[in-house]
Design a protein around this ligand. Structure first.
Ligand code: 9MR
Length: 417
């Protein structure tokens, strides 16, 4: 069982703040989840429940997971083919194992995923695209409804949030723009046989059974603000919101590489907050680094750091999940070393950079009055004095005002002379 965060650790975190000592993440006694909890955030990881011994709290992987993370998601075990392998036969064993693990260690469970074109059971479709069983629209609607309502009922109150629909956008989004509001859907069996309203129905059924569960639309390649798939995602979610579909947010998978322009993620999150007032979370992060050279690992660490810094400054980004515990548990092939622990479960530079980013975010954070966030002004760029009073709506406005002293911008203190 994980030890609860002791008062002395908290005190030491605060002391290091006031004493302004040089921070060394390698000697930090706190873990990622400790900082996340102090800041009201979730940092999580996917668990290959079927092949990891999480029933044993002394297992080294189990221990690492509950020590470092406060959220989990099943890597494969709560997908449609796993939960309903034969029509009407539900198999909740592995999902229940994850829920029990999370309960023992006070972690949030994400559900992944109620409806997808991949990992669809063979009794529905050979490959998630063909309607080789010749289902009618009515047949498929009732199959989907039964799956979603059964699973939501089983996990009601135990799984806090769901990726209701996964990867419904086509890879080709040529011609979409914010002004034309267009998006292209993947021609999965769901879209072809039911039509676009399978999405609306899926969210509505899920919400009816568990109105407290948060419901997300999850996808890859829609991570960076301004990208064509990101624009398509926004257009689709806006359409759903406008139609009153109960959607709480967008999941950005973030299967990325160290060299990607990862700043685009935080920008995307801000956009969803400002325009639609919904969450924008990171659901499946990993960063391909290439071979395990020190240059590659430092570059990777910096990219992880930037992503976490962006995540901490966005109040509508409560959750950031990694897609694997270590470089031995990744779906990425080849020598890519995409995760924050190495093949021997030892911390990599990326782990320390996350810890440091959390530490810096926590100890310099004079909690911004998030309630002031409005849908209009770019208030996330606001500047505060050290008692938390807003002095300017933006850095530009601030510098034009001739202020001097210590101020806070983006959770960081700075001195204006
Ligand atoms: O990590 C998962 C891998 O073990 C499975 O073989 C694969 C099957 O499609 O799914 C992987 O997880 C995917 C996730 O469910 C959805 N987004 C992409 C992930 C990586 O492929």
């Amino acid at each position: 069982m994980r030890k609860t965060l002791s008062v002395s650790l908290l005190v030491s975190a605060c002391l290091s703040m006031s004493a302004q000592t040089t921070y060394d993440p390698k000697t930090d006694e706190l873990h990622l989840r400790d900082y996340a909890e102090m800041m009201g955030k979730y940092i999580g990881v996917c668990v290959p429940v079927g092949s990891m011994n999480i029933a044993n709290d002394n297992d080294k992987y189990a221990q690492k997971i509950y020590t470092e993370f406060n959220a989990v998601v099943a890597e494969n075990e709560m997908k449609m083919d796993a939960l309903q392998p034969n029509q009407g036969q539900f198999n909740y064993g592995n999902g229940d194992k994850l829920v029990a693990f999370a309960k023992r260690h006070n972690m949030k469970v994400r559900g992944h995923t109620l409806c997808w074109h991949s990992q669809v059971p063979k009794w529905i479709s050979e490959d998630g695209y063909q309607n080789n069983k010749n289902y009618t629209r009515a047949n498929l609607l009732s199959i989907l409804k039964r799956h979603i309502t059964s699973v939501m009922r089983h996990y009601k109150g135990k799984v806090a949030e769901w990726d209701v629909v996964n990867e419904t956008l086509d890879d080709n989004q040529w011609g979409v723009s914010l002004s034309n509001g267009k998006y292209n859907l993947r021609q999965s069996i769901w879209v072809k046989v039911i039509g676009e309203d399978f999405l609306d129905s899926a969210f509505t059924w899920a919400h009816r059974i568990d109105p407290d569960a948060k419901l997300y639309l999850n996808d890859y390649g829609a991570d960076f603000y301004g990208g064509s798939k990101a624009t398509a995602m926004y257009n689709l979610v806006k359409r759903m919101k406008d139609d009153g579909v109960p959607i709480d947010g967008v999941g950005l998978q973030c299967h990325l590489s160290s060299g990607d322009a990862v700043e685009g993620i935080a920008k995307n999150a801000r956009f969803y907050k400002q325009k639609l007032g919904i969450d924008c979370i990171i659901t499946e992060l990993e960063l391909k680094a290439g071979a395990s050279t020190s240059a590659n690992l430092s570059k990777q660490a910096e990219a992880y750091r930037k992503i976490l810094e962006g995540f901490l400054t966005n109040p509508n980004a409560p959750t950031m999940m990694l897609w694997g515990i270590d470089d031995n548990h990744t779906w990425i092939e080849g020598d890519q070393n995409p995760l924050i622990f190495d093949k021997n479960l030892q911390p990599k530079p990326a782990y320390y950079s996350l810890l440091e980013a959390f530490h810096n975010g926590y100890v310099t954070d004079i909690h911004q009055p998030w309630a002031e966030y409005s849908a209009s002004a770019a208030v996330d760029d606001a500047v505060y004095d050290i008692s938390g009073r807003k002095v300017a709506d933006s850095l530009e406005e601030f510098s034009a005002d001739g202020n001097s002293g210590i101020f806070i911008h983006n959770h960081k203190k700075f001195i204006q002379r």
